[in-house]
Design a protein around this ligand. Structure first.
Ligand SMILES: Nc1ncnc2c1ncn2[C@@H]1O[C@H](COP(=O)(O)OP(=O)(O)O)[C@@H](O)[C@H]1O
Ligand SMILES: [Mg+2]
Length: 236
């Protein structure tokens, strides 16, 4: 019910101030929950993994205090970046998703995308002479999460598009990246040392890097259920 008509009815029924306030607060909470759910659905999260779901004991190379600091979302308010580096299965995407969910719960718009998908979309926009428009749209998000930088190398056009995006957001909006490649290998990912250096220069100027060096959580699960032998594991 619209607030105006509710207030009219409340006045007629001589509801107490407390009752009215209670009702209005409940309505506001419902509207906020609906907005959060809407943003969760349209963020493009592949799954919903929260920071609470993350087992820090399994991954001792991660300093929990750093994740707790990131959870305050100060990095978001300061337009800083976060990069999760490490081999497959160590929880990079999980932590990125967890921070994305925190940002949405705090009332922000978040966009989650795979690096290759993002590059294809930017290239398509560029060919249609609509890259500027696309970047503007992307910049309406308070946080952009780019997952899996490095699984597939970018071609020249793709590398330029990423450079455009990172330049546009530099000191204006936060990005989170996950990558299985160390920074030294980003030249190979971009297939161009100069562009990679320019991109990294902007990302790293205000950035928290979380370097995860542990064992794969996926392997741990498979090992637990006896689906994989230790010998096999060592060769992976
Ligand atoms: N420390 C952890 N605690 C709980 N779940 C974890 C942890 N690390 C990884 N996982 C889970 O293992 C799977 C692989 O993690 P993911 O974040 O996709 O790894 P990465 O992106 O580093 O390849 C996911 O289902 C994730 O939720
Ligand atoms: Mg991942």
């Amino acid at each position: 019910m619209a607030t105006d008509s509710y207030l009219e009815i409340a006045a007629k029924e001589e509801k107490s101030v407390l009752e009215v306030l209670d009702h209005l607060m409940e309505e506001e909470r419902k509207a906020r929950d609906a907005m959060i759910e809407y943003r969760m659905r349209f963020a493009g999260f592949p799954v919903r993994k929260t920071l609470e779901d993350f087992d820090f004991k399994f991954q001792p190379t991660i300093d929990k205090r750093i994740i707790q600091e990131l959870k305050t979302l100060r990095f978001l308010y300061n337009a800083e970046n976060v990069v999760f580096l490490g081999p497959p299965g160590v929880g990079k995407t999980h932590l990125a998703l967890g921070l994305g969910i925190e940002a949405i719960k705090a009332g922000h718009k978040v966009y989650f995308t795979n690096a290759s998908t993002l590059v294809e979309r930017l290239k398509l926009a560029s060919r249609r002479d609509a890259l500027e428009q696309k970047l503007k749209k992307l910049n309406s998000f308070k946080l952009i999460i780019v997952d899996e930088v490095g699984y597939l190398p970018f071609d020249t056009e793709g590398a330029h598009c990423i450079f455009q995006l990172v330049s546009k957001r530099y000191e204006k909006g936060s990005m989170i990246f996950t990558s299985n490649r160390s920074y030294g290998e980003w030249g190979q990912v971009f297939q161009d040392q100069v562009i990679a250096a320019a991109v990294l220069d902007r990302i790293l100027h205000h950035c928290t890097t979380v370097n995860i060096k542990g064992e794969s959580y996926r392997l741990k699960e498979r090992k637990k259920y006896g689906l994989i032998g230790t010998k096999q594991m060592e060769s992976m």
